[in-house]
Design a protein around this ligand. Structure first.
Ligand code: PEP
Ligand code: MG
Length: 325
């Protein structure tokens, strides 16, 4: 199997009916970067910057952050990288940061909320990213955004850092793209505004599932209670793909569902043309999409979604479609 997938490394990821789907990697440490060459992935679609913070014994300095990002750029060569700003809090605790006692950490003070309340931390990270990028293109996205306003504030902060660096004679990224992670359901009702103001959106399906169904993703008793291939989740994802495509805003899925062939098939059917996943998933997902007719699966899933009742899972039907096509 592994060898078969290796053979697909340089095969363009295009469906049978000619639809190009960009497959990228999720990464978080420098040791993940060699997977780019091994898998033939088109870039890093999600670089989880919090990993450097989680394995450190104290807060990484601005210089340490910058040197990691520079090394990541160097290792990626010409391939694009999407850096996600610090996603801490919730299940991602930094041992050296004063613990905040919260009843519901997943719904608490975390990710962009910390970034906006403690702008010093976010600013230092943004500056490190801008400096590491130099003149290279740079993509930054923000985790756990719940309102457009939070994104506007984050954008403003980036702009200020950029101006500051320019004034001091530093190089500019030739192309700076700012995106939003779609993980909080409230954004589903601000899609038009978000897609008009963000350069891209990236669905964090792990958290979106958690918040859409109110199931703790770390709690085995409930985590698998609902299926990402159920009508409510697929309808939510369909709204994202539709609005993003209509606004010419790139939509990626970087949560775990993008790396499972059947789920990836459904996502392509819903209109997603970019997926980011763990390195081991690239081969199986590419093998699936090379055999896929995107148009057909799109028509099938739209028809099924129209008639699905309640919280029905479409998994059996999608599996049958996959077998017979
Ligand atoms: C997600 O929530 O789907 C995601 C990609 O982010 P993380 O798993 O790091 O929370
Ligand atoms: Mg998440």
């Amino acid at each position: 199997r592994q060898e078969q997938y290796l053979k697909l490394r340089d095969v363009p990821s295009v469906t049978k009916d000619g639809v190009e789907v960009t497959l990228q990697l999720n990464a978080g440490l420098l040791v993940d970067l060699p997977h780019l060459g091994e898998t033939g992935a088109a870039g890093v679609g999600l670089f989880r910057t919090e990993l450097q913070f989680m394995i450190a014994e104290r807060m990484p300095t601005a210089t340490e952050q910058q040197s990691l990002y520079s090394a990541v750029f160097a290792a990626a060569g010409d391939l694009p990288i999407t850096f996600r700003t610090l996603d801490i809090g919730g299940d991602k605790v930094l041992p050296y940061m004063q613990a905040v006692e919260e009843e519901n950490p997943a719904l608490g003070w975390r990710a962009i909320r910390i970034g906006l309340d403690r702008p010093g931390l976010l600013r230092a990270q943004i500056r490190a990213l801008l400096k590491a990028a130099g003149e290279r293109p740079l993509k930054i996205m923000f985790p756990m955004v719940a309102t457009c306003d939070e994104f506007f504030r984050a954008k403003e902060l980036v702009q200020r850092e950029r101006n500051h660096l320019s004034r001091h004679g530093h190089a500019h990224p030739s192309d700076l793209k700012l995106g939003v992670m779609l993980e909080v359901p409230s954004l589903l009702f601000q899609l038009k505004e978000i897609c008009a103001s963000a350069d891209f959106v990236s669905v964090g399906s792990n958290d979106l599932m958690q918040f859409l169904f109110a199931i703790d993703r770390e709690n085995r008793r409930v985590a698998d209670r609902f299926d990402p291939l159920s009508a409510p989740m697929l309808r939510a994802l369909s709204l994202v793909a539709e609005q993003a495509n209509a606004s010419n805003c790139l939509a990626t899925v970087c949560g775990e569902i993008g790396g499972r062939p059947l789920e990836a098939m459904a996502l392509i059917g819903l209109g997603f043309r970019s997926l980011s996943m763990s390195p081991a998933s690239i081969g199986p997902v590419k093998a699936m999409l090379l055999a896929l007719d995107a148009e057909k699966v799109g028509a099938f899933i739209r028809e099924e979604l129209e008639h699905a009742g309640g919280g029905d899972s479409l998994r059996p039907k999608l599996a049958r479609f996959a077998e017979t096509h």
